[in-house]
Design a protein. Structure first.
Length: 213
C-alpha cells in the first residue's frame, strides 16, 4: 500500500506562509522567501519546464520527493485560495496555470462538489467526503508510488491528528517571518517524531522524520 508523506518548507520560526495572504500574494508578506532555496535547482527547473539549474544535495532531495510521488492531496485554499461555492470563487481554476508541475492526480479537499479539472498532465479531482476518502482515492491513483500531502498547514495537521501521515520532511529555510501560518499551530495533542535524516546546505536544512505510531 502506498505510503503517505508530507514534504514542506517552513521558516526557522515555523511558518509555511507569511501574514496577510491574498490572491495576489498567496504566500503572504515575505512568504516567497521560503522557497528561494529551490528556484535555481535543476530538479525544480525541469519540473517547471525550464532548462539548466544547479545540481547537488538540494536538487537531489527535491528530485527524490518528485520521483516517489504518485498522487497529491491538497486543501481547497492551496488549490485556488477560495472558499464557499465554486461559482463565487474568483479563481475557480486554481493558480497552477495550464501546465501544473504535478503531472499526477491531485485530490483537492473541498465542501463543494465539481467535476474533475484537467490541466496538461495533471488531473484535479475534488473530494467532498473528507481526508480519509481523499487519501484512499490518492492511494488508488498512486499505484506503486506514494501519496504526498501538499498542504496547507491545516490539512497537514488534520492528517497528523488522524494518524494517517507516515513521514514528514521539513525544509527549514534561513528566514524568520515573525508571523503568518504556523505549520503546527493547531495540534491538540503531542505527536512523536523520529528523525532519520538531516542534511544541510547554505540554502536550507532538510530534516526527515518518521511519525511514531
Amino acid at each position: 500500500m502506498a505510503g503517505v508523506f508530507c514534504d514542506i518548507t517552513t521558516s526557522l520560526d515555523g511558518f509555511v506562509a507569511g501574514p496577510n495572504q491574498t490572491l495576489e500574494e498567496p504566500l503572504g508578506a515575505g512568504g516567497e522567501q521560503l522557497h528561494e532555496w529551490m528556484y535555481s535547482l535543476a530538479s525544480f527547473r525541469e519540473r517547471h519546464g525550464m532548462p539548466g539549474g544547479e545540481h547537488g544535495p538540494d536538487s537531489d532531495i527535491l528530485d527524490e520527493s518528485v520521483q516517489r510521488t504518485g498522487a497529491v492531496v491538497m486543501g481547497r485554499r492551496m488549490f485556488s485560495g477560495g472558499e464557499g461555492p465554486w461559482d463565487d470563487d474568483p479563481n475557480p481554476n486554481g493558480w497552477w496555470g495550464d501546465e501544473p508541475p504535478f503531472h499526477v492526480h491531485v485530490f483537492v479537499l473541498t465542501h463543494h462538489p465539481r467535476e474533475p479539472l484537467h490541466r496538461g498532465e495533471t488531473a484535479f479531482v475534488f473530494v467532498t467526503e473528507g481526508i480519509e476518502a481523499a487519501v484512499e482515492q490518492a492511494r488508488a491513483a498512486a499505484g506503486s508510488r506514494d501519496v504526498a500531502i501538499a498542504g496547507g498547514a491545516n490539512v497537514v495537521q488534520q492528517y497528523l491528528r488522524a494518524g494517517i501521515l507516515d513521514e514528514l520532511q521539513v525544509h527549514v529555510a534561513p528566514v524568520l517571518l515573525g508571523d503568518g501560518v504556523s505549520l503546527f499551530g493547531d495540534l491538540d495533542a503531542p505527536i512523536r517524531l523520529e528523525a532519520d535524516r538531516v542534511l544541510d546546505s547554505p540554502q536550507a536544512v532538510h530534516i526527515r522524520y518518521g511519525v511514531a505510531r
